[in-house]
Design a protein around this ligand. Sequence first.
Ligand SMILES: [Cu+2]
Length: 68
Amino acid sequence: MEKLTLKIDGMHCGSCAVGIQMLASQMGGVKSAEVSYDDKKGTFEFDPAKVKKEDIVKAIADLGYTAS
Ligand SMILES: [Cu+2]
C-alpha cells in the first residue's frame, strides 16, 4: 500500500472536497481517501499494483480540479 499526498487547487467549498473524496474512494485499488478543503490537500492510500498515482491525478483533473 502506498500513500500519496496531493495539493489540490480549484476547490471552492467543503462539498468539492467530499466529491473528490467520494470519487477517489470508488476507484479500484484506492483503499482510503481523505480530502481537506481547508488545507487544499488530499491524502490517498492505494495499491500501486492496481492503480497508479497518475490515474488518481487524472481522475481529479477530470472533475475540474488541479492535483499536483
Ligand atoms: Cu464546492
